[in-house]
Design a protein around this ligand. Structure first.
Ligand code: URP
Ligand code: ZN
Ligand code: ZN
Length: 466
């Protein structure tokens, strides 16, 4: 059952990356037909009406970094493709790009098919896939062009997590060379941390009997993220490969990306709300509270958080994604009992990204246009989803959000729909709330409540074609 139809989204202030103004939006057959101050020549009276008076009308958000149902660190991320995409929709996100994963002993194709089977019947919003490349043997490299031809154009490699995901520099170079030869859209995504050096620091902490969540941050210092970021850029430049650095947590790494881009390298980076709104003081609470905010790279010091804001506002990073990878308290507690190195790495976030970034509009750190660029337009451009996604213009998919800037409310486990039993921003008061969401003209959220059904999202083979 869907709520697809013709709509007039009336009376709102439309915000796109290039234009802001009072306009109505006409939607028909899953597409935006017109954005104009007067639609009277175009409507035929059959349209349903969404009242946006006093509210913003923005493009549906695009989160290019999620891990629904991901098996990781002896457990599995707690959001399914249904619960996670429902939460995304409630938070104003209408497209995700999730990470399919090559099985340790298996092929990229097997990984992709597994994720397709999971997402298809469940996802309520549109989705694409990156794929995690765990090996650099010839058979795996040979599969890369086949992934591209199926619309999976981005390949994540890890410089960290030895024995799990880690590839050495030679392996990464081979993947980059193959990706570079596999088409203009093809790109490598990198988890940039110096894994072997981190292993040494972790072992030293374990030998010293240190067990608290804060050790996660102490053994993964920013310097080892910045160093790996620079190395990844050097390898990608050598290979002539497009590069996107995921979950950048500090300004040193961000400015290496910006400098390389200024020098002509095809490299971009993203950060995530947890690196902008939390710090290692949250980790230092210890116990389960500390364990709940263990993610990788780790949260940084309050001073580094400020520097990251400066880097983001300066334009060093292209977008804000979430790295949504939630684990319930029992899983975090089970890891904590065995020591910091066993706490599942990851935090929930897909539901709160857009409202959190809006707080930076409220404080004047970014403009309304920046907000839409960072959360929708720029990731759409970079990941082959534009012009169908990421803006409000005739011909684009009717993915839009009515956002009410007049509501103040509190982020809490009580008010969230993500399938996880805590909120990492518990008690944080925020301004602005998602009121209504259309996904290809299908009403998913009405008056802040989910009204959709599972399986209405479609796979987006990238680059998307109309
Ligand atoms: O802590 C994190 N980031 N968990 C998800 C896996 C990854 O590295 O993105
Ligand atoms: Zn990662
Ligand atoms: Zn991730």
């Amino acid at each position: 059952m869907t709520n697809v139809g013709a709509w007039v989204v009336a009376g709102g202030t439309v915000v796109t990356p290039s234009w802001t103004g009072r306009a109505d939006v006409l939607v028909r057959d899953e597409k935006i037909i017109a954005v104009a101050s007067d639609l009277s020549d175009l409507v035929d009276g059959s349209e349903r009406r969404l009242d946006a008076a006093g509210k913003y009308v923005i493009p549906g958000g695009i989160d290019v970094h999620t891990h629904m149902e991901m098996p990781f660190m002896s457990t599995r991320a707690s959001d399914t493709f249904f619960s996670g995409t429902r939460a995304a929709a409630l938070g104003g996100t209408t497209t995700i790009v999730d990470f399919a994963m090559q099985p340790k002993e298996g092929t990229l194709q097997e990984g992709l098919e597994e994720w397709m089977q999971r997402a298809g019947p469940q996802a309520v919003i549109d989705y694409g896939f990156h794929i995690i490349v765990r090996r650099s043997d010839q058979a795996t490299l040979d599969e890369i062009p086949k992934m591209v031809s199926q619309g999976v154009t981005s390949f994540k490699v890890f410089m960290a997590y030895p024995n799990e995901f880690y590839l050495d520099d030679g392996g990464i170079l081979k993947v980059m060379q193959t990706v570079a030869a596999s088409g203009e859209q093809a790109m490598v995504l990198v988890h940039a941390e110096n894994g072997p050096a981190i292993e040494v620091l972790m072992q030293q902490a374990i030998d010293a009997g240190l067990r608290d969540p804060i050790e996660h941050a102490r053994t993964r210092p920013a310097a080892l993220e910045a160093e790996a970021t620079g190395r990844a850029i050097a390898l990608a430049t050598l290979a002539g490969c497009k590069l996107h650095v995921v979950h950048v947590s500090n300004a040193d790494a961000a400015s290496r990306i910006a400098r390389a881009a200024t020098g002509g390298a095809d490299v971009t980076g993203e950060t995530c709300p947890q690196y902008l709104y939390l710090s290692d003081e949250d980790l230092a609470q210890g116990g389960i509270e500390g364990a709940q905010v263990v993610c990788t790279p780790p949260l940084r010091s309050p001073a580094e958080v400020q520097e990251l804001w400066t880097a983001l506002c300066r334009g060093d990073l292209m977008c804000v994604a979430t790295d949504h990878c939630p684990f319930c308290r029992a899983d975090k507690a089970h890891g904590l009992e065995q020591g910091f190195q066993h706490i599942p790495n990851g935090v929930p976030g897909v539901e709160h990204r857009i409202v959190l970034l809006y707080q930076a509009v409220v404080t004047g750190q970014i403009t309304l246009k920046d907000w839409v660029r960072l959360t929708a337009a720029a990731p759409a451009e970079r990941f082959g989803l534009a012009p169908r996604k990421g803006t409000l213009a005739p011909g684009a998919d009717a993915d839009l959000v009515v956002f009410d800037p007049n509501v103040t409310w509190t982020l809490s486990v009580e008010s969230q729909e993500m399938n996880v039993d805590y909120c990492i921003y518990e008690g944080k008061e925020v301004v602005g709330k998602v009121d209504a969401v259309l996904s290809r003209g299908n009403l998913l959220v009405e008056a802040g409540e989910f009204v959709g059904t599972s399986g209405t999202g479609s796979f987006l083979g990238r680059p998307v074609v109309s």
